[in-house]
Design a protein around this ligand. Structure first.
Ligand code: 5GP
Ligand code: MN
Length: 328
């Protein structure tokens, strides 16, 4: 079962063939899929003879991804000084998700690869848009295109793509986990990947500080009936980050504790940011939380979405709960 058709794959590699200098970027606070997919692409592009491939992200990511091959080739910046023949933008359902201003005139061609439901008008008319909301990860989209074009991969590429799949399906647990996820993973494992080693690196090597932060955040857990729903929420304040010497990168997965409370329909994580914004994560196993995120100018998936709102924690929390209370 292939999700990506041959025509798109041909167009994708056709543009790549015409391009000498290539720029790859993904969303701010890069996750396993963004990192894995960019590194896999870079590997493949290098292998087919592209000398100049730069991956640029706005922010550093969690240390747990440092075991990925060539991860040190990713650079971090919020400015692009150079011009490129091609920009490949991964996982940005909203152009503001890139986190820095992209001057599209710097690129002769733009390819947009994403598996989020696109809401904002981020699709340039003359871009190649490879948008498959049914795919659980960008890594699978890339794998399908490589397979379609019969481009050989190696263990490094397989590892990077597998990490994209594992992280974007919550270790094969979330509702986006389908047969394509398992089929692709099975093909990748044949390159000799050690699944336990990968699991340990990503999920089983936490810093003591991050567990202390988890402890502080879980103290804030509340469960309330709001309108029709049982809502649980947790909060991370700037002070908690300071006290435990941690950053937002240490909060991955925290929200799942809030969602795991029996009877809860909607889980929310409010995270204070130094600049005065509040980053909000929504999770649910039955309610379309993307609709709530949209109301706050955010986005994401049906059961996992987020938004960034300016204002203090208390007012943002009240505002969000009010929205939920009004859902009919
Ligand atoms: P998380 O809660 O892990 O930060 O994000 C879950 C999903 O929600 C992400 O995959 C992403 O699609 C979406 N998301 C999170 N934050 C934002 C945001 O500020 N804006 C938009 N448009 N989407 C977001
Ligand atoms: Mn993804």
């Amino acid at each position: 079962m292939m999700q990506i058709n041959k025509k798109i794959s041909k167009q994708f590699f056709g543009i790549i063939k015409q391009s000498k200098t290539i720029f790859i970027t993904g969303h701010a606070r890069p996750d396993g899929d963004t990192i894995g997919s960019s590194l896999a692409l870079r590997y493949v592009l290098k292998k087919i003879g592209k000398q100049s491939v730069d991956i640029v992200m706005k922010e550093r990511f969690m240390d747990c991804y440092n075991f990925l091959p060539d991860v040190d080739k990713i650079s971090f910046s919020d400015k692009i000084g150079k011009k490129y023949d091609l920009a490949i933008i991964l996982e940005c359902s909203d152009i503001s998700r890139i986190g820095f201003e992209l001057n599209f005139n710097r690129f002769k061609k733009i390819i947009n690869i994403d598996h989020h439901q696109n809401r904002r008008n981020v699709i340039g008319k003359d871009w190649l848009n490879i948008i498959y909301p049914r795919s659980a990860s960008c890594a699978e989209i890339i794998f399908d295109m490589l397979e379609n074009e019969k481009i050989e991969i190696d263990k490094n590429v397989a590892l990077c793509l597998y990490v994209g799949i594992v992280t974007d399906t919550g270790k094969f647990q979330w509702s986006n986990t389908n047969s394509h996820v398992f089929n692709t993973s099975a093909k990748l494992l044949k390159y000799g990947l050690n699944t336990f080693y990968i699991y340990k690196k990503i999920y089983g090597s936490k810093s003591l500080e991050s567990i202390r932060l988890l402890s502080a955040v879980l103290q804030t857990l509340e469960v309330k009936k709001v309108g029709k729903y049982n809502v649980s929420y947790i909060i991370a304040t700037n002070k908690m980050f300071e006290d435990t010497n941690t950053t937002a990168n240490d909060t991955e997965e925290f929200i799942n504790f809030a969602l795991s409370v029996r009877g809860v329909n909607i889980a929310i994580f409010f995270r204070e940011e130094k600049c005065g914004n509040v980053k909000i994560s929504f999770r649910s196993d039955s309610v379309d939380v993307r609709k709530i995120a949209h109301k706050l100018n955010g986005g994401g998936h049906k059961y996992a979405s987020g938004a960034t709102v300016s204002g203090n924690l208390v007012s943002v929390k009240e505002k969000v709960l009010r929205y939920i209370g009004r859902i009919k």
